[in-house]
Design a protein around this ligand. Sequence first.
Ligand code: GDP
Length: 202
Amino acid sequence: PDYRKATFLQSAGKVSQCPTDTGWEVAFAGRSNAGKSSAINSLTGQPKLARTSKTPGRTQLLNFFALSDRQRLVDLPGYGFARVPKAVKDAWTRQLEKYLQERQSLRGLILLMDIRRPFQPFDLQMLEWGSAAGMPVHMLLTKADKLKRGPAEATLLQARKRAETYPEGMSVQLFSSLKHTGHKTLVGVLDAWLTDTSVLYD
Ligand code: GDP
């Protein structure tokens, strides 16, 4: 797909409001401030695209972006969550788990973690739900420019070590929206997930 052609499709507050469950989609998850909006914006070359999901009133559970009539990117809330009442938060948590569990078109999860503090409780929760849902995960160690090359590579190796224990398959890469590091690798993963390779074996 041409990521530069991404357009905002719709927001959904619960799974029942999602667009029709056909084709393929990939979801982006990360704690608030992990660099998710910056990554989506740099991927699509549209500085304002992901910010739409931060607009008050649009801070919903899931924000859908169309790449074509059969391919979508989905922005999951980064616990921008923090500002909502506990009852709403609990309801969203249930819906998020339900989305990961039930969504047929969901092909994989991009999990963004600030390279300086990876594997926080939110990330571990996403990995637990991801594995329960049989979902492959591709991890971005974001803001890689914040560390020198040595420490960045060391963190990458540690993360890859942890990834080996994830049952559904996990890959990890360095990423920097600021320095445009890792863009091609990310596109490679998305292209693979958003394309129906099973057709080859029919
Ligand atoms: P989100 O809450 O996950 O959507 O995070 P944002 O994309 O809004 O980024 C949070 C903060 O981190 C902002 O101040 C960004 O400018 C900064 N940031 C995001 N990506 C990078 C990066 O690759 N390098 C650096 N140095 N800062 C970044």
